[in-house]
Design a protein around this ligand. Structure first.
Ligand code: ADP
Length: 480
């Protein structure tokens, strides 16, 4: 089976969040299911630079305002189809926003082109790769199912929501430029609140919809979690499933991780102490008996980072230390820098994005704090499980689906792998931290939790099998 994935990010070439990890991991994980997956990506400088053995396999005289080519090539093991369109993608910086943090004004063209070209490939117009199915990810690829819907070659589409908060809405004036037939403009089409919704388009036209955990699939069908799209999602509930993400267990393996000062496995978890010392040094923290928490996150409202800011003094009073790595909202960044000054030696803040340091934190901190207001799947709690860095999470979405709360029964039976708190607010967060402190004082209990987490299957095996089966069903259904 041949599958085209269309996405705006792929690890290790371009990454701003978990989407990149998923898009980068699926091709390898699906190989053993007989699936050949190629990934269509915008030809950002980082993508073009990483390609080897690149060959132009198709050209467009004019694609949303300029000439473009599809370049087929490899990046490591990944088979890439790069959309080389310099007028759209040849610019430095972030894939979505310009230097001032404002969305690129031509994002509708940049990602309109991605959806359009995915449609062309799905339609069989690019002889080098004729897929049996197209899998689009997030709003940036949301128009792909719409273009596919109006083609004569009927190829099924799967659309995955990684985060419903990002919807890709543009004014209706762009509609004539998209090249979709007039029939596509309407409630039963790409129209959304008087404009064009790229994510909405994917949800309406895809043959099957997935999101990245079963709980999130439920949450987004409610008015509280649906962000304006719950009605549409409820109407498609039978076509919507949640498949939890896996992680790359080779990249995230404490036994071989070169970013750690000391490698270890479940049997030698005590060796983590050397990494803990290294974290303390990097973050200017004093040594202490109490638990060392870490955060590796975008610093945003979604991630509950404002709640953490509000309760950070109490966290210190409860005998905890915190090493925080992240970047995001300016107000949250500066509040966290101030907290580090106020609690020098107990709170360390590093603003920025640092892959190596994120590994060291997972390998050295005792627990990772994830107070998200909502979390479609989340990856950092999975890394935490694998590294014996106990996740402390809001009971939401994929966090709730992947971590077993250390309630009395789970502690007794040895099933516990982390700590849940009922909802993202300061009081619940502090209660959970008190529970963390209590269990941490019992080294054997804590060790058992770490080891149980380290033994959890966080690989792609189970989830890849579910995607493979979904693809097969979608293809069979389209044929019938
Ligand atoms: P989201 O995609 O919503 O940001 P996820 O938990 O799904 O959240 O994925 C976040 C990914 O980005 C993880 O791989 C995490 O380790 C990484 N990450 C987030 N912030 C940083 C940072 N400041 N430095 C390094 N890695 C980070």
């Amino acid at each position: 089976m041949k599958v085209l994935a269309a996405a705006s990010e792929i690890f290790p070439l371009v990454k701003t969040g978990g989407l990149a990890d998923v898009v980068g991991a699926l091709p390898g994980a699906l190989k053993s299911h007989g699936i050949e997956m190629r990934c269509l990506l915008p030809g950002y400088p980082a993508v073009m630079a990483a390609l080897h053995d690149g060959k132009a396999v198709h050209g467009f005289d004019s694609l949303f305002g300029g000439p473009a080519h599809i370049i087929a090539g490899k990046a490591g093991e990944l088979e890439i189809l790069a959309l080389d369109a310099p007028h759209l993608y040849l610019r430095a910086g972030n894939p979505y926003v310009g230097p001032g943090g404002i969305d690129w004004p031509d994002n509708w063209q940049r990602f309109g082109a991605l959806g359009f070209v995915a449609g062309e490939i799905g339609g069989g117009k690019v002889k080098a790769f004729v897929p049996d199915l197209v899998h689009g990810h997030d709003w940036q690829a949301g128009l792909a199912p719409a273009y596919l819907h109006f083609l004569t070659r009927k190829v099924p589409s799967v659309f995955t929501i990684h985060n419903l908060a990002f919807q890709g809405w543009f004014p209706s004036a762009i509609f004539p430029e998209l090249g979709l037939p007039p029939a596509a403009y309407g409630i039963a089409g790409v129209e959304y609140y008087g404009g064009i919704g790229y994510l909405k388009s994917g949800l309406h036209y895809a043959d099957a919809i997935t999101t990245v955990s079963p709980s999130y699939a439920d949450e987004i069908c409610t008015p509280q979690g649906g962000m304006g799209l719950d009605g549409l999602l409820r109407s498609r509930r039978d076509d919507l499933i949640g498949i939890v993400n896996g992680i790359d267990t080779d990249v995230w393996n404490p036994a071989t991780d070169r970013y750690l000062v000391k490698q270890y496995d479940a049997a030698s978890v005590a060796e983590r102490a050397a990494n803990k010392r290294a974290v303390e040094k990097r973050f200017d923290l004093g040594a202490d008996e109490g638990p060392l928490l870490c955060v590796v996150s975008r610093l945003t409202w979604q991630k509950g980072m404002d709640i953490l800011v509000d309760r950070i003094d109490e966290l210190v009073q409860a005998g905890m230390r915190l090493a925080l790595l992240g970047s995001g909202d300016a107000a949250i960044e500066s509040a966290l820098m101030l907290a580090a000054e106020r609690h020098s030696g107990r709170i360390g803040t590093i603003i920025g994005y640092d892959e190596a340091l994120s590994h060291l934190l997972q390998g050295g901190a005792d627990a990772i704090l994830i107070p998200s207001r909502f979390e479609p799947c989340g990856l950092t709690q999975l890394y935490g499980l694998r590294y014996g860095c106990v996740p402390v999470i809001t009971h939401a979405g994929g966090l709730a689906d992947t971590i077993v709360d250390a309630n009395e029964a789970a502690l007794d039976s040895g099933a516990a792998t982390g700590f849940h708190f009922a909802s993202a607010d300061g009081a619940h967060l502090l209660n959970a931290l008190r529970r963390v402190a209590r269990v941490y004082k019992e080294p054997q209990l804590w060790r058992r939790m770490q080891q149980r987490g380290m033994g959890s299957d966080v690989s792609w095996n189970r989830s890849a099998a579910r995607y493979a089966s979904l693809y097969k069903h979608a293809i069979a259904r389209k044929k019938s």
